[in-house]
Design a protein around this ligand. Structure first.
Ligand code: N01
Length: 867
């Protein structure tokens, strides 16, 4: 019997989009036995490949990789004709997949979803389509793609042009015949760069309006690479597995060659090989550090510019085509076929909008600041409101009626790029915060779809009805996504990755750059840890294991992984001499730290003989006196010397503009407590007495130290107060050891696996002080009288066993009336902040330390700039 028209259809799941992700989602949901409806405003399957039909449209990942892997039979039945297939061939492929699996019967084409509302009492979504029809579903899945919402042409007068107007992203299905016409192309991203050579073949006159010159490398298209086919034919499963666990979704051996240290010959060889290969991941992998280190990036960028200059005959045009305003890779590089050579054709002209901006589009052409151009056709290759445009444009409102647009007004916020709090049972495929556009999309799509399918299956098995991330888990993931971006050069560019191409869009790094492999691991971990960070509800109540899946800084995690893989013996199992040798050996190849003005070594008289010191004077024109910082190295009173903390001292000196005097103190077990503390106090007295000779400003003397060095610095402050001088203006304590009680929770939480272990801390104490002495404030300054001590800055690192005692010292100082700045080294370990130029995320912490020093010395000269 027919249902009355007023009763809405109900499905287990509604999917929006019938491109790569929507089709596979439908396939997987059907496998679970769920009822599904897919809506797409297009007339057929294909998603991005349905719309982007401009001449020259191809994928930019080799098509052998840009393909589904879920159906081994499909892989056998379909062969790609080219290394980079054309849009019609990719569209044919998707049609073939849809037919092969009979997917069309659950897809409604030419149907736009206009709104979606979460119905809390009904625990369902109410979806409205263009015709005003309502359907209901338990799960609402947006498979709307990352580059599907065209950016409106934000150019004055755009509506006035009387000639033909084309958008690369909405190219007419019947094609566009530009033969003999005067054509303008605006935009030189991938779409422009792919279409310009082909448009030039038809047009009588082609004028390209370029706002930003873009990096592009030749695709060297042709048959699929033989080597790749051999690998696939040899062991397809192994190849696909390697892709799933690679950084970008295409198997690739990451290089460890650093651009800055490689020889000229190696640089050239690696670059030329990547150039010849013509693959994005290859040219992004010339050097391990090109994505994070400007000088290394410049090497690759300059080599590409050389190629552009060689390809383009007119030097002025060549120079205008050379990208200079962004680091290579930070805007998506393009793959082209004859793009730069096109400008050698007599009827093709480049207009550099940086020199003559467009004033307006007129009825018959384009007016720039300098010229009026007449055209028959204008092609907009101006890009997309990427990653969020299609999602917020779809009018989705979650619990309490809050829309996604409202929630994301300051930038998207997601958990794993898959879901967002306040929107139960709402999934995004390749959403912001997932690797998506930085990866081979098909691999990322399959991973997302598989994760969602597994999640829905688990919910069903457990009798649960809804799932939604917690605020804590989501905030943690957002932070992790930004942390991963922040250690790269990507946020420096005005790219669509940053939302910078759309006027008014919040500037946020949108994709997850930690890698497909790391991302997959995080998603799997969340699921296996009982959906960590998700709240699930069902008739039996609510289930939630709240938490943050990744909170360590990504570069710290990489260092930890590297160190743990070395399999070094635990230090506490070594003799002091062997531990010292190991520490020296591991520091051998580290970067030296920033340049400073002058470094001099000397000795000072200690309580029992001379103590070596090293003085760092900042660079810069100012020759006059500077504030003075007496610094004490870390190493558990057993290890360390002037060299061990040299990069950190340089960094502190360069950032703060102070003279830093690093003093070596006597070490245990040769000389035990209280020698180190007494040496530190003596060093401070000496520095105060010799401030002028050291280039210091009398009366502007601070102490600083790391770990055990921070311990003796803190003790020196107490001894100075008790002795009535010298006057210390501030104490900067990085991850200080301030108590001998090793039972605080951080000793348990962070006791193993982060270099400084609880066992090693015990070993240090055993070497340094007898148990009977460990309550003495000169060993455990937390136990001393804290009144009247100098203002303090204490840095406590999240993954440090000593974290809680640092925090306790800050609280105790505060309680005693001492001004305290407690800085959290978020996501750091006991050692990572000191790893100058290795752990990039440590730089902001050290900047805060330098700022704290600046606060101790209000009259200090402005420091030399250190990034
Ligand atoms: O868009 P884009 P796209 N006045 O944003 C310019 C994927 N894709 O469609 O850089 C003047 O990259 C804009 O200038 P600027 C791929 O991921 C893949 O080309 O903002 N100019 C820029 O030059 C790609 O990255 C494939 O200063 C204006 C251009 O228009 C992504 O889609 C093929 C302007 C837009 O470039 C987007 O590529 C195609 C204005 N008002 C696309 N507004 C392959 O698989 C914008 N521009 C190969």
């Amino acid at each position: 019997m027919d249902k009355p028209a007023s009763v809405p259809d109900r499905f287990d799941a509604v999917v929006v989009g019938a491109g790569f992700s929507g089709l596979y989602m439908l396939y997987r949901l059907r496998q679970l036995g769920l009822s599904v409806k897919v809506f797409d405003s297009a007339g057929d399957v294909g998603g991005t490949w349905y719309w982007n039909r401009y001449p020259g449209a191809r994928c930019d990942i080799p098509t052998t990789d840009y393909t589904y892997s879920f159906d081994p039979e499909l892989e056998k039945e379909w062969t790609w004709s080219e290394k980079y297939a054309t849009q019609p061939e990719i569209l044919d492929y998707l049609r073939f997949v849809a037919d092969r699996h009979g997917l069309r019967s659950d897809i409604e084409f030419s149907t736009t979803v206009t709104s979606a509302r979460w119905d809390e009492p009904g625990k369902q979504w109410r979806i409205t389509t263009g015709g005003g029809r309502e359907v209901r579903c338990r799960y609402y899945i947006m498979a709307t793609g990352c580059l599907s919402m065209p950016k409106s042409p934000d150019i004055d007068g755009a509506g006035r042009f009387a000639g033909q107007v084309y958008f690369t992203s909405r190219w007419p299905h019947e094609g566009a015949d530009l033969t003999g016409q005067r054509v303008a192309v605006i935009g030189t991203g991938s779409s422009g760069i792919q279409s310009i050579p082909l448009i030039a073949r038809q047009a009588r006159q082609l004028t390209v309006f370029q706002r930003t010159a873009n990096f592009s490398i030749p695709a060297h298209n042709g048959p699929p690479p033989a080597g790749r086919l051999q690998q696939l034919d040899g062991d397809r499963d192994a190849y696909r597995h390697a892709a799933r666990w690679s950084r970008g979704g295409v198997p690739l051996e990451p290089t460890d060659v650093l651009g800055v240290t490689a020889s000229e010959a190696v640089r050239r060889e690696r670059f030329e090989a990547a150039w010849e290969q013509g693959e994005l991941f290859g040219i992004l992998n010339v050097f391990a550090d090109q994505g994070v280190n400007p000088p290394s990036n410049d090497i690759v960028a300059e080599m590409i510019r050389e190629k552009i200059r060689a390809a383009v005959e007119d030097p002025e045009t060549a120079e205008a085509l050379c990208p200079k305003d962004h680091y290579f890779g930070t805007k998506r590089p393009c793959l082209d076929t004859g793009y730069f050579e096109t400008y050698n054709l007599p009827h093709v002209r480049l207009v550099d909008l940086r020199k003559q901006p467009i004033v307006s589009i007129t009825e018959d052409g384009i007016e720039t600041a300098d010229e009026s151009f007449g055209f028959d056709a204008i092609v907009y290759a101006t890009g997309f409101d990427a990653m969020t445009g299609a999602l917020v444009g779809a009018d989705v409102a979650g619990r309490d009626g809050v829309s996604l647009r409202e929630k994301w007004a300051a930038g998207p916020s997601t958990y794993l790029g898959l879901m967002t709090a306040g929107f139960p049972n709402f999934f995004m495929l390749t959403g912001p915060g997932s690797p998506s556009v930085l990866s081979n999309m098909t691999v990322s799509i399959e991973q997302h779809v598989d994760w969602v399918a597994r999640c829905l299956e688990d919910l069903r098995d457990e009798g649960l009805e809804t799932i939604e991330p917690t605020a804590q888990a989501e905030a943690g993931w957002d932070q992790h996504v930004q942390d991963c971006g922040a250690i790269t050069l990507y946020p420096t560019a005005n790219s669509w990755y940053m939302g910078a191409n759309v006027p008014g869009k919040p500037r946020v790094f949108l994709p997850y750059i930690g890698g497909v492999d790391a991302y997959r691991q995080a998603c799997d971990e969340v699921a296996t840890r009982d959906y960590l960070g998700f709240r699930m509800t069902g008739p039996g109540g609510t289930r939630c294991r709240d938490g943050v899946v990744r909170s360590m800084q990504p570069d710290v995690a990489m260092v930890m992984e590297f160190v743990n893989a070395l399999g070094l013996p635990p230090m506490e199992t070594l003799s002091a001499a062997d531990a010292r040798a190991l520490m020296t050996a591991t520091a051998e190849n580290r970067p030296p730290g920033p340049e400073v003005g002058k470094v001099t070594d000397g000795v000072i008289p200690g309580p029992d003989g001379d103590l070596p010191y090293r003085l760092y004077r900042p660079a810069g024109p100012f020759e006059g006196p500077r504030p003075l910082v007496v610094y004490f190295h870390g190493g558990g009173w057993v290890l360390g010397n002037l060299d061990s903390d040299d990069p950190l001292c340089r960094d502190l000196c360069a950032r703060s503009g102070a003279v830093v005097v690093s003093v070596n103190y006597r070490h245990a077990p040769e000389v035990r407590f209280p020698a180190a503390a007494l040496d530190a106090f003596a060093a401070v007295q000496w520095a105060d007495a010799n401030a002028i000779e050291l280039g210091g400003i009398p009366g502007q003397l601070a102490v600083a130290g790391w770990s055990a060095g921070a311990n003796v610095a803190a003790v020196a402050c107490q001894l100075a107060r008790d002795a009535g001088g010298p006057h210390i203006t501030g104490q900067l304590l990085l991850c200080p050891a301030v108590d001998s009680d090793l039972t605080r929770p951080s000793y348990e939480e962070n006791g193993d696996g982060y270099i400084l272990t609880t066992a090693l801390m015990r070993w240090f104490w055993d070497h340094y002080a007898d148990p009977a002495d460990r309550g003495d404030p000169r060993a455990a300054p937390l136990r001393g009288d804290l009144a009247g001590l100098p203002p303090a800055c204490i840095v406590a690192a999240d993954f440090d066993p000593l974290r809680d005692e640092g925090v306790a010292y800050a609280r105790a100082l505060e309680a005693a009336g001492v001004p305290v700045r407690l800085a959290r080294a978020r996501g750091h370990t006991h050692t990572s902040v000191t790893m100058v130029d290795v752990v990039i995320s440590g730089a902001p912490v050290r900047a805060e330390m330098a700022a704290a020093l600046g606060d101790f010395f209000p009259a200090a000269e402005p420091p030399a700039h250190v990034s």
